[in-house]
Design a protein around this ligand. Structure first.
Ligand code: G3I
Length: 381
């Protein structure tokens, strides 16, 4: 079966429960074929239902002119959906597994590593000349029960061994294929103190009460597994100048001064349209500027702009917010990536976590381009 034939079969099938290696490769090729306009694989990819930019640039082409990576959080289970794969390949230069590299997914049992889903995403990215961001190695959420409810309580020594093995195994598996990692995710409280987690102090990996020392250790382990990977600390609520971003900055300043292998800070940016004020945008720009002055990169890692409805007014406000965020990123060369948390409203996390909200992404449920998409492309022209 040729890739195109398999692509068609997958499109008809709609969903693939299991993916042998050949199917993974063909799904990846499917995205490429569709993105480059090969006809007959589930129909045309130009289903824009609202606004278009005419026959002009895609998002990734427009961003390329600025050497900016535009990414989306994705799920390998959707790659068999024709429009999902074709839109992703056509519009984005980077992907990141939304969930499939998290501890619970990739390391479900003490001796089991499950790389099938992320491997499929890496293959898709390779076939479509996309970069892969890894997410995430050290987080207090998405942990398997063998970590959260161990038969024998963890000590700092045993937990440290587990985390070291986890980081070495996952980063090592993707050495040379994942260019950047969110090594530690959401380690700070809003007041700038360290969040109490299993990794920090409950019981922690040996640095309880020592502030960012456990983050430093995780970075060193990741760096050992892939010295070329760009290592990030990722946070929410630390986008503008505030107590939390001050703590992140202080950590960054300390790590840079001591040559700890931190390459950048990820700013999640899960926002609603109220974020889009001149004061917040200026504060965001100031925060990027101070991190950039340390020689660090900043990436917008999980952008979405949730709405209470999809009225024209709401969609226009959302478009303005996306455009303003993109402009802030473009204005500082430290900002090297603009990634959204998903790309189609069909699979956004928002409706299940924010009751009454949704419509948060640049593409609608049917992969039609929303005003937010057009605003992003226009701001890159
Ligand atoms: O895998 C099961 C699936 O088998 C089952 O059918 C389904 C039914 O509910 O649940 C599935 O797992 C869920 C998974 O999302 C996939 O949909 C988990 O219960 C749910 O907890 C998980 O939520 C994810 C959440 O992180 C926790 O890991 C969201 O999709 C994901 O968007 C969210 O992402 C986080 C970032 O990692 C960090 N920053 C915040 C961001 C949003 O919360």
């Amino acid at each position: 079966m040729t890739n195109l034939e398999l692509c068609r079969a997958l499109a008809l099938q709609g969903k693939s429960a299991e993916r042998p290696a050949t199917a993974v490769a063909a799904i990846a090729a499917c995205g490429l074929l569709l993105a480059t306009g090969v006809a007959g694989c589930g129909g045309s990819s130009s289903t824009s239902s609202q606004t278009t930019t005419g026959a002009t640039a895609t998002l990734r082409d427009a961003a390329q002119k600025h050497s900016l990576l535009v990414g989306a959080a994705v799920d390998s289970n959707h790659l068999s959906e024709t429009l999902y794969a074709s839109t992703l390949a056509r519009e984005y230069s980077q992907l990141e597994p939304e969930n499939e590299m998290k501890f619970v997914a990739v390391h479900p049992d003490p001796t089991t590593y499950n790389f099938a889903g992320p491997d499929a995403l890496v293959a898709f990215a390779k076939s479509n000349s996309m970069q892969v961001r890894g997410h995430t190695l050290v987080w207090h959420n998405a942990l398997p029960t063998w970590i959260t409810s161990p038969a024998t309580p963890w000590t700092a020594v045993t937990l440290s061994q587990v985390l070291q093995d986890h980081i070495a195994s996952v980063v090592g598996h993707y050495k040379g294929q994942v260019y950047a990692w969110d090594v530690v995710n959401e380690a700070f409280n809003d007041d700038g103190s360290m969040r109490s987690t299993i990794w920090y102090d409950s019981p922690g990996i040996g640095f309880a009460g020592q502030g960012t020392k456990y983050i430093e250790q995780a970075l060193l382990w990741a760096h050992g597994a892939d010295p070329a990977a760009k290592l990030f600390v990722n946070e929410y609520g630390a986008e503008t100048m505030n107590a939390k971003s001050d703590a992140v900055y202080a950590m960054a300043q300390d790590f840079v001064a001591r040559s700890v292998p931190l390459r950048g800070i990820g700013m999640q940016l899960h926002i609603d349209t109220n974020f889009d004020t001149q004061a917040n945008l200026a504060s965001l720009a100031q925060n990027i500027q101070r991190l950039g002055a340390l020689g660090l990169e900043v990436q917008f890692t999980e952008v979405d702009v949730r709405l209470p409805d999809d009225s024209a007014t709401s969609l226009a406000a959302q478009a303005q917010a996306y455009q303003d965020l993109m402009k802030v990123c473009l204005a500082n060369k430290a900002c090297t990536g603009f990634q959204t948390w998903g790309f189609t409203d069909k699979y956004s996390w928002i409706p299940s976590f924010f009751t009454g909200y949704g419509w948060a992404l640049p593409f609608d449920d049917n992969y039609g381009k929303k005003p937010a998409y057009t605003a992003l492309v226009n701001s890159l022209q």
